[in-house]
Design a protein around this ligand. Structure first.
Ligand SMILES: C[S@@+](CC[C@H](N)C(=O)[O-])C[C@H]1O[C@@H](n2cnc3c(N)ncnc32)[C@H](O)[C@@H]1O
Length: 366
């Protein structure tokens, strides 16, 4: 007799605007709920993932509340992308151990210990792999009976048009599981041109009338002059002396070449940070228009679909909060590859998987 297909259902802790959830759904995984304490994630999460959003502090989420979110009989996935700020390479040399976010990985551990979901997955910056909190987490998963695998994933190999490296962990009570290898060869990496080349032009400080997110920040007079003198892939060293920032005039400034620069059309973009809309914060200049990238371009380079809604109708489009939400997201295409690996793993263990279309509800356990 053919095995009865099982539903795989995920709860996404620290769900943000839903990059991870959206990618898991692309793989056919049901998303039961997202949890995040930032209320600005509520609209984008519900509008795009079409799953319940719980505005909650994960530290106060009880095990039985979490358990009630999953549908009865499903193979349960707990996704816990605790904020990466304490581990970011931008924070090197700064003692972040006292920051509020530091114990959040332990909160994921508490919930795993209590609920014992069949599958656990986590995404973070690669440096988390060498931290005691992460090593303790992996060791505890082992004593709970999980098979664990983690590794650094280079996003272009997963179809993301962006140089970004992320650590992905997968763990399972059903048997061996591995982080998927990226299937895209370097010659086929998605490019800036493919991601944003078809978007209509906008000037600096302008918003396109057809898409409120296609909005670029106003440049100061000197930055406008600077970007006019910049070539794709070049550096501020091309500029005349008077346009250079005082720190770049010193010999020591020569190390910061990846700021105030333009992207290259036929390469993946640089890592999209929370400040990707700012010309001075990275290689975030448009390849040929005299402006920094728009919020929509940043989202496309993170591999969000072009119609992903980030702001409720009538709400203002603001650079800082939206840049943070977009830059902090898990690229949906990377998440989809992780989701596909989970689906294949469960299929091997259980015989058959029922894929659930985005937004389709499956009754939760009560
Ligand atoms: C790296 S982002 C997650 C990105 C998300 N996984 C995605 O793919 O879009 C981390 C998120 O954790 C949330 N967060 C931080 N501390 C939290 C807490 N104590 N409880 C719930 N959410 C928290 C932040 O608001 C932020 O949205």
């Amino acid at each position: 007799m053919a095995p009865r297909p099982v539903t795989i259902s995920a709860v996404d802790l620290f769900c943000g605007v839903g990059g991870l959830s959206h990618g898991l759904q692309d793989a056919g995984i049901h998303v039961a709920a997202g949890v995040d304490l930032d209320g600005t994630c509520d609209y984008p999460y519900r509008a795009n993932v079409r799953a319940p959003f719980h505005r909650r502090d994960v530290r106060n989420l009880a095990v039985d509340e979490l358990a009630a979110m999953w549908p009865a009989g499903a193979v349960r996935v707990l996704a816990g992308c605790a904020p990466c700020q304490p581990f970011s390479s931008y924070r090197r040399g700064v003692d972040t151990s006292q920051e509020a976010q530091w114990p959040l990985v332990d909160e994921v551990r508490r919930l795993v210990e209590g609920a014992l979901p069949e599958i656990v997955t986590m995404e973070n910056v690669p440096r988390i792999g060498s931290t005691p909190v992460f090593r303790d987490f992996v060791a505890r998963l082992g004593t709970l009976g999980y098979r664990v695998n983690f590794g650094s994933c280079y996003c272009p190999a997963y179809g993301v048009p962006q140089h970004r490296r992320r650590m992905v962990l997968v763990a399972s009570l059903l048997g061996d599981i591995t982080v998927p290898k990226g299937a895209t060869a370097p010659a086929d990496y998605a490019t800036v041109r493919q991601a944003i080349g078809a978007l209509p032009p906008v000037g600096h400080g302008e918003t396109h009338p057809g898409d409120r997110l296609h909005k670029s920040r106003t440049l100061t007079e000197i930055n406008l002059e600077r970007i006019k003198r910049s070539t794709p892939g070049g550096t501020w060293e091309e500029w005349p002396e008077e346009l250079r920032a005082p720190c770049h005039r010193k010999a020591s400034g020569a190390t910061f070449r990846n700021v105030y620069a333009r992207m290259v059309w036929d390469d993946p973009s640089p890592t999209i940070t929370t400040l990707a809309y700012s010309f001075g914060a990275g290689r975030f200049g448009h390849p040929e228009q005299d402006r920094a990238m728009t919020l929509r371009e940043a989202a496309n380079l993170q591999s969000f679909p072009s119609d992903y809604e980030f702001v409720a109708p009538g709400e203002p489009v603001q650079f800082a909060p939206l840049g943070r939400l977009i830059g902090n997201a898990v690229p949906p295409r990377l998440a989809a590859a992780v989701g596909e690996a989970i689906v294949e793993h469960v299929r091997a263990a259980k015989g058959a998987v029922r894929k659930v279309p985005r937004g389709r509800s499956v009754p939760a356990a009560r």
